[in-house]
Each structure stands twice: as structure tokens, then as C-alpha cells.
Design a protein around this ligand. Structure first.
Ligand code: AMP
Length: 288
């Protein structure tokens, strides 16, 4: 098992990229915050299928956390992460340091609208501007041909596509489907915050999403019926101990509320189970 090369400075990662490019290699970036699980590893495999040299970045980005959120306690285990990446034969791990990403006097921000509006932004207004900023910095540092993101964070994926389009960043964004546990719960680094009992109950979230999609497919797009179904699903989650922030059916591309003509939709949810905030989403094709 060959360990991936570790790069912690911008000059190191730029050198590695220049060397790989000089050898005619196609470069892929998989940005992560570490605490890697099978979901992240599926992104790496997709990157490997589409490039010769894969860079996985691991950086817990402070600008996407509010002061009240879990930046300090977010799980960090770079050594275990690097072992997992070695198992896949990843070429490079980029572990940028805070001082180089956000040095004293840092004064630049990105404000993103469009798909960043609403849903996550209603309770985390700082979040997508922070994500857009760090992803831009990582893309500039690594200048990959492709970058891979998970559908697990569906609104984030739409935001990144918007960002890359608006700023003319020369990279192809690939999406990878959500990887789930055996009981359907979407894998997430934050799942380790759940105690045993909460972990068992968390499976209700994907179950309700699936049942809602099934019911939606039977109600033939009648607006009021859709709203009533969503209200019923929220009530079911609430009975199951969740505090629902949103359960919303959106246009899959713009994330705007669907019009009568929208066919490709996405059902998105954010809900608290005790002290853990879970998000999930599933695709829905509205029947004609
Ligand atoms: P994070 O480390 O949580 O910031 O996630 C890094 C990347 O992994 C993002 O593109 C996520 O959407 C993706 N990701 C996280 N969990 C999953 C999952 N269960 N399945 C697929 N991709 C995921």
C-alpha cells in the first residue's frame, strides 16, 4: 500500500499539480472536511474513474461555521483518513493550514444567491458564502480538470455549479449519488454525534422521504395535495422525535419552488434529532 503524498502548503500542491500535468495527467479534486466514510470514498472512486491523479483535500473550513456551530468539536482524524485513502491508491492529500488559507488581514468574501437562497440558508445564512469561498480557494490551488461533489449535500452541489458557471472557473463538476447505511440513513461525518438510541431512530428520516415520494407519485402533481402530503410527513417526523427545519419539494435544477411545468424535482429535508442536525434529499420525477 503506497501512502498518498501529503501537501500542506500551496506551493507544494502547486508543484505536485504542475508535475502531474507535465506528465499529461488529468487531475481530479475531491474536497472534504475529513472524518472520511464510504460516502467520501465513493467520490474518490468516481474521481479515479475520470482522472489520472486524484487530490483529496481535507480542511475543516471555519468560514462555513457560525460561532454557535460545531467547528471546534467537528471530528478530525487525518491519520485514519490518509490510511483509508492509501487503500484506494490516491496520489495526493492536500491538508491546507489555516494560516495560509485565511491569514491575518484576510478581507475577501463571496456572496452567492440563486440556489443558495432559502432551505439551508434560512437557518445557516453564513454557510454557502463560506463554502463558495473555500471551494474557490481549493479550485485555484489545485486547478483540477474535474471536481467531485456528493448529492448528499444537494443544495451545496447546485451552489457549486452556479459558482463555477458565474466565475468561469475552468473545471467540470461531477456529482456522485448518496451512499447510505443498511437502514437507509445517509452516511455523514456528523452521524457519529448520534447515541445508540438516536442512531436507531434516525432511520425514520430516509423512510419518510421514500414514503413521501411514493405518495407524491400517486397524487399526480396537484399542488394542494403535494402540500398536504408534505405536512403529513413533517407530522410523522415530529412524532418520531425530529424537529423539522424544512421538508421541501423544489425544482431539481434551480431549487426554486416548482412551477406547474417542473418535472425533475428534489425533495429536501433538514431536521434535528436531539443535538444532531441531519440533512437528506431524494430525486422525484413528477408524473405527467
Ligand atoms: P464533507 O466532508 O461532509 O464536507 O463532504 C465532502 C463531500 O462528500 C461533499 O461533496 C459531500 O456531499 C460528500 N458526501 C458526504 N456524505 C456523502 C454520502 N453519504 N454520499 C455521497 N457523498 C457524500
Amino acid at each position: 500500500m503506497t501512502l498518498p503524498r501529503r501537501h500542506t502548503s500551496l506551493s507544494e500542491i502547486r508543484d505536485a499539480v504542475a508535475t502531474a500535468r507535465g506528465q499529461g495527467q488529468r487531475i481530479a479534486l475531491v474536497p472534504t472536511m475529513g472524518a472520511l466514510h464510504e460516502g467520501h470514498l465513493s467520490l474518490v472512486r468516481k474521481a479515479q474513474d475520470n482522472a489520472d491523479h486524484v487530490i483529496v483535500s481535507i480542511f475543516v473550513n471555519p468560514t462555513q461555521f457560525a460561532p454557535t456551530e460545531d467547528f471546534a468539536s467537528y471530528p478530525r482524524d487525518a491519520e485514519a483518513d490518509i490510511r483509508a485513502l492509501a487503500g484506494l491508491g490516491v496520489e495526493s492529500v492536500f491538508l491546507p493550514v489555516q494560516e495560509e488559507m485565511y491569514p491575518a488581514g484576510f478581507a475577501t468574501g463571496i456572496t452567492i444567491g440563486g440556489p443558495a437562497t432559502g432551505l439551508e440558508s434560512d437557518s445557516r445564512p453564513h454557510f454557502f458564502n463560506g463554502v463558495a469561498l473555500v471551494v474557490t480557494k481549493l479550485l485555484l490551488a489545485c486547478q483540477p480538470d474535474i471536481a467531485v461533489f456528493g448529492e448528499k449535500d444537494y443544495q451545496q452541489l447546485c451552489v457549486i455549479r452556479q459558482l463555477v458557471r458565474d466565475l468561469n472557473i475552468p473545471v467540470t463538476i461531477l456529482a456522485a449519488p448518496t451512499v447510505r447505511e443498511a437502514d437507509g440513513l445517509a452516511m455523514s461525518s456528523r452521524n457519529r454525534y448520534l447515541d445508540e438510541d438516536a442512531r436507531r431512530r434516525a432511520a425514520l428520516l430516509p423512510e419518510v422521504l421514500r414514503d413521501t415520494l411514493q405518495a407524491l407519485s400517486e397524487c399526480a402533481g396537484a399542488d394542494r395535495q403535494e402540500e398536504a402530503l408534505l405536512r403529513k410527513s413533517i407530522a410523522r417526523l415530529t412524532e418520531g422525535g425530529f424537529r423539522v427545519e424544512y421538508l421541501s419539494l423544489r425544482d431539481a435544477e434551480t431549487l426554486a419552488p416548482p412551477t406547474d411545468d417542473s418535472r425533475r424535482l428534489r425533495l429536501l429535508v433538514a431536521a434535528w434529532l436531539e443535538k444532531t442536525r441531519l440533512i437528506d434529499n431524494m430525486a422525484f420525477e413528477r408524473p405527467d
